[in-house]
Design a protein around this ligand. Structure first.
Ligand SMILES: Cc1ncc(COP(=O)(O)O)c(C=O)c1O
Length: 352
């Protein structure tokens, strides 16, 4: 099977894990501190808090912004944690449509902002592509809401040469096994705002406020530290594979487009075709782990308030993702291209 998710670890991670075991210092130690410093530096933020998952990173971020009984705008297409965190934090989600890049439709966002006066807008950099941060930040200045970036799928992605996760008031990351920066489980909140950082601390540091223990262990941080060093190279490989897919699959499928202002990191390579279900079944029969991200829209999943979402409705029926991870071999890539073309009755390109 050509897997869609394939984290790989080298001797360096193994040595660090062994060192941690031998030291007996398995939580709240040097690797957690080191990872936090390095990742903060990489993203370009002043404060970074590691937590045990991306879902709790979103939840704590929303708690810190005090969203109770206030509206939070989310896009129709994302993993369910994006909307679930809003409910868990006591907010009221409002769902808007996506644009042709599968990220929040910022025209509709303005309608939603006028109608609901949200406290927070939560754009998702879906599949590794940054949302239109210029438009979102402009609206934030004009109407006065917080911007919480869901960067769970976009480690290293850029918007006009700035890393996503550093653009809004705060952001949430995930280090789940499938992510571009995997550590098994894990998450982080990043912010440049001292006041927000203090509110976050109250929720995760024991003291004079009821708090949670949401820490990662030294093992996760040690693995994350090495994976961070590989991130740039791995993202480059993802982009090269994406380029090749695009070259060969254009015409037969709707390929993902990179925004002009963006550096897309292809957490997922997501195509569209009206015969999606047959194509996915065909690929699976041939040992290619194609999957649908996501077979639901957030408002339908949780019965949330929403604006009309015709694009997301259409995309939900047509999207599917193919393996794009950096450990694919040339042979894997060629098999995927050939199988995709064969699934719609086309032969590979003559130059191929
Ligand atoms: C867009 C998005 N948001 C949030 C999450 C939640 O992260 P986690 O699985 O680490 O809780 C994920 C990933 O799983 C995700 O893809």
């Amino acid at each position: 099977m050509i897997k869609i998710i394939e984290p790989r670890f080298s001797q360096e991670e193994k040595e660090i894990v062994l060192e941690i075991l031998n030291s007996g210092h398995i939580t709240r130690g040097k690797w957690t501190n080191l990872f936090q410093e390095e990742f903060a530096d990489y993203i370009g933020v002043k404060h970074l808090f590691t937590l045990c998952s991306g879902t709790v990173a979103l939840f704590i971020a929303l708690k810190a912004l005090e969203v109770e009984d206030r509206y939070v705008v989310v896009p129709a297409m994302s993993f369910m944690a994006t909307i679930d965190a809003v409910y868990l934090a006591g907010g009221i989600p409002v769902v808007v449509d996506v644009d042709d890049y599968y990220t929040m439709d910022t025209n509709q966002l303005e309608d939603a902002v006028k109608k609901y006066n949200p406290k927070v807008v939560l754009p998702v950099h879906l599949y590794g592509q940054p949302a239109d941060m210029d438009a979102i930040l402009w609206l934030s200045h004009r109407y006065g809401f917080y911007v919480l970036e869901d960067a769970a799928q976009a480690h290293g992605a850029e918007w006009k040469d700035k890393r996503v996760g550093s653009l809004g008031h705060l952001s949430a990351f995930s280090f789940y096994a499938s992510k571009n920066l995997p550590m098994g489980e894990g998450g982080a909140i990043a912010t440049n705002d001292d006041k927000i950082a203090n509110s976050i601390k109250k929720w995760i540091d024991f003291g004079d406020h009821p708090a949670f223990n949401l820490r990662i262990t030294e093992f996760q941080a040690g693995i994350g530290y090495v994976q961070l060093k590989k991130l740039e190279e791995n993202n480059k490989k993802r982009r090269e594979i994406a380029q090749k897919y695009k070259q060969h699959l254009n015409g037969g499928f709707v390929n993902p487009e990179e925004r002009e202002e963006a550096y897309h990191v292809y957490h997922l390579y997501t195509l569209r075709h009206p015969n999606r279900d047959q194509i996915v079944a065909y690929l699976k029969e041939r040992g290619i782990d194609a999957r649908v991200y996501y077979p639901y829209l957030l408002h339908q999943l949780r019965g949330a308030e929403h604006l009309p979402a015709p694009r997301a409705e259409r995309f939900k029926k047509e999207v599917f993702s193919i393996p794009v991870h950096p450990y694919l071999t040339e042979e894997d890539i060629n098999t995927i291209i050939e199988s995709l073309l064969a699934s719609i009755g086309l032969a590979p390109h003559p130059l191929y």
